[in-house]
Design a protein around this ligand. Structure first.
Ligand code: MTE
Length: 573
């Protein structure tokens, strides 16, 4: 080809090919991919009417309506800082919504199709912070104040998935060090800021379909002449636990708070002290006819679709009647930390953590499950073929009891493990609804051959807690392999084999077997042992495992010597 022809071809390639074309073709930058529209419908791809994605300042929407300067969000109770009542005041909600509409907010960061930032906090929650600034008044400084509480009350080693509203989990090594999680390592899942309520100023309102509505102070609840004390070890688990595995398989609903990219740590166990809600309802004269559910109100403010509300969910009366709902003020022998709901929270045993309402200030008996968004629109488990555009809230199962699940906490994903024919594996196992782990199995070959965790290697069995476990799994082979664990609970339920089998657009309930890829180096093998020694003798780093090694596994002389004793590679006759 002539030089002109080559230059022409190069020019043509420049014109038709983006420099990152290959990355796009191979799906390595899915956040930058365009749309392949094979329908006859025109699809709008213009960016939404929001501020720039990197915007951190509050900006007015062009042509925004006049504000009502007399509308100031106030705290209405002395000793209750960061608490704004929304549910009693529909007008206040409407005004807040109007104020909200005046501003434009940046879109949520793309953390599923794009890479996760290598920072801690991983995500900042810029939009959530700006929402608080936009409403102002009593909510204005809540993001900063809440972060101060995180720093004060949580372990410095916490993995902060989201700075505000705070979502954080303990690192793997610390999470299962003790089957009872120390308070500072217990995971935190917040939907809003952290209110600070003085115990002396606190009371709990019990109303709705109860015969004798009351307000009870903390002293009333703690009066053992009125209510017997209850103490229970309970595991709380968020339905987002291990969500990261689902995200890695396929991206789903993309809001930074709703779908925080949790690893295996959105689960923890504590000893809670309080009273049974059943006794409290009885003290209020019992329920009226038609009451079937109890709605719990949290004092924090939650933003959902431009609306403001308190955190509200419900549990059925049958759960309360079974003495499985506690109103707790103590956590692991200490007063409830502010970040975990002081002065009073619900602890709903065997249910998804979302029902264990923190900063609980009201219990209302109702005929139906709560219509509040957290109950009716979030924490829903949809069938896999319901996607973003066809999932209607009533089609999802409201997640209550968590399914059986387990996780490997050590070794870690993609680690090189040098061992003597058996790998030490550690993890946790849990089942919701008052079921407990009876058996855990680990496979070192991706799930064909399973080894049972010896019963003596489990933490103690309780009706409402996880169990931590460890075992040595025999492994002879070398190279990449997959460690897998699965749990069988006391009802003989077990876990689906693959993430895909439990994958859903909302990215809840990653109940599939936990899979960890490791590179196995078996020092029990003569040749491998020799090789390991050579790395030591040459003072050469063993890692990264993919790096070509200067010294060979066999010299040319040794190679010739082998062939001299063997049949030739090819035969003529
Ligand atoms: N209660 C209130 N008031 N506000 C919240 O955001 N989050 C819920 C639940 N109770 C929440 C709440 C969710 S989703 C979970 S998983 C648990 O609290 C987590 O409890 P923890 O933060 O004490 O671990």
């Amino acid at each position: 080809m002539s030089t002109e022809a080559i230059a022409h071809r190069q020019k043509e390639a420049e014109m038709t090919q983006r420099p990152d074309e290959w990355l796009l073709e191979q799906g390595l930058e899915p956040d930058k991919l365009g749309l392949r529209n094979q329908s006859d419908i025109k699809i709008n791809l213009s960016s939404p009417q929001t501020a720039d994605a990197n915007e951190t300042e509050l900006k007015l929407r062009p042509g925004a309506e006049e504000d009502d300067p007399s509308f100031v969000v106030k705290e209405e109770r002395k000793g209750w800082h960061g608490y704004v009542e929304w549910e009693d005041y529909p007008e206040k909600k409407a005004k807040a919504h109007k104020r909200f509409q005046r501003f434009k907010f940046p879109p949520p960061p793309e953390f599923q199709l794009g890479p996760l930032p290598p920072t801690n906090p991983v995500l900042e929650g810029v939009r959530w912070k700006l929402w608080h600034k936009a409403i102002g008044g009593a909510l204005e400084n809540v993001p900063e104040e809440s972060w101060d509480i995180v720093v004060e009350e949580k372990h410095p080693g916490m993995l902060h998935l989201l700075q505000f509203p705070y979502n954080g989990e303990a690192p793997k090594g610390l999470l299962i060090k003790d089957p009872i999680t120390p308070n500072e390592l217990h995971f935190v899942r917040n939907h809003g800021g952290i209110p600070t309520i003085e115990p002396e100023a606190f009371d709990l309102r019990i109303d709705g379909l109860v015969n004798d509505p009351k307000r009870l102070t903390l002293a009333d609840l703690q009066n053992e002449a009125l209510f017997p004390r209850m103490e229970k070890l309970v595991t709380l688990q968020c339905s987002g636990t291990r969500r990261f595995e689902q995200i890695q398989e396929f991206a789903g609903e993309g809001d930074e708070m709703i779908n925080a990219p949790w690893a295996e740590g959105a689960i923890s166990t504590a000893k809670w002290v309080g009273v049974s809600l059943k006794k409290v309802i009885k003290y209020c004269g019992g329920l009226k006819d038609g009451a079937k559910h109890l709605e719990f109100y949290g004092a924090d403010s939650y933003f959902k679709g431009g609306e403001l509300m308190n955190y509200v969910v419900s549990v059925p009366w049958s759960k309360v009647k079974a003495n499985e709902v506690m109103l707790a003020w103590e956590m692991n022998g200490k007063p409830l930390p502010r970040i975990h709901g002081a002065p009073l929270r619900a602890v709903v045993m065997g249910y998804i953590g979302a029902r264990s309402v923190k900063w609980l200030y009201r219990v209302k008996a109702t005929p139906t499950p709560s219509r509040a968004p957290v109950q009716s629109r979030e924490y829903l488990y949809f069938q896999q073929q319901y996607g973003k555009h066809n999932q209607l809230p009533w089609l999802g199962i409201q997640i209550q009891e968590m399914p059986v699940s387990s996780a490997i906490m050590s070794p870690w994903q993609k680690e090189v493990v040098v061992h003597n024919g058996a790998i030490e594996v550690e993890g946790w196992a849990y089942s919701g609804g008052g079921r407990w782990p009876e058996r855990v199995e680990v496979s070192a070959d991706g799930g064909r051959v399973w080894y049972q965790v010896p019963l003596e290697n489990f933490s103690k069995k309780h009706k409402f807690t996880w169990r931590t476990w460890k075992m040595k799994v025999p492994i002879d082979h070398e190279g990449w392999t997959e460690l897998v664990c699965r749990c069988w609970d006391n009802s003989l339920n077990t876990q689906p084999m693959e993430v895909r089998q439990s994958w859903n657009w909302g990215l809840h309930i990653t109940s599939s077997c936990h899979r960890i890829k490791i590179y196995s180096v078996n020092a029990n093998r003569e040749a491998t042992r020799k090789r390991l020694q050579e790395f030591e003798d040459h003072q050469e780093s063993f890692l990264p495992i993919t790096r070509p090694t200067e010294f060979k596994t066999m010299s040319m002389q040794e190679y010739e010597k082998m062939w001299a004793t063997m049949e030739p590679r090819d035969v003529d006759d």
